[in-house]
Design a protein around this ligand. Sequence first.
Ligand SMILES: [Cu+2]
Length: 131
Amino acid sequence: MLLSGAAWAETVEVHMLNRGEAGTMVFEPAFVQIAPGDTVKFIPTDKSHNAESMDEMMPEGAEGFKGKINEEIDVTFDVEGLYGVKCLPHFAMGMVMTVAVGEDVEMPADYLEGRLPKKAKERFEEQLSNL
Ligand SMILES: [Cu+2]
């Protein structure tokens, strides 16, 4: 079954890097805003990274995902809202990114209340300033 939006769906590429413009151990870009039904392609441009969703930082009803280390994965985001994505090996070093799905995305009040490494929280705050 093809959904009505499928014909317009886009794919955005995100690279996982040891060093990027914003520092070391980064997703680049670290903030993407897409429409429901769009796909993010997580590319392990450098080795030893993965991309996985964070249970406490995604909209209700959304399905989580977890890429393996060095695995390129395509994730289609159908549910509107905010998603935190982390690289597990470098989470403590702040290797996180934000995917905003939809046009008028607001940050839930408790979005950053979970246990986050300091560097990860700082980067999330910076990313969320794009909303
Ligand atoms: Cu990493």
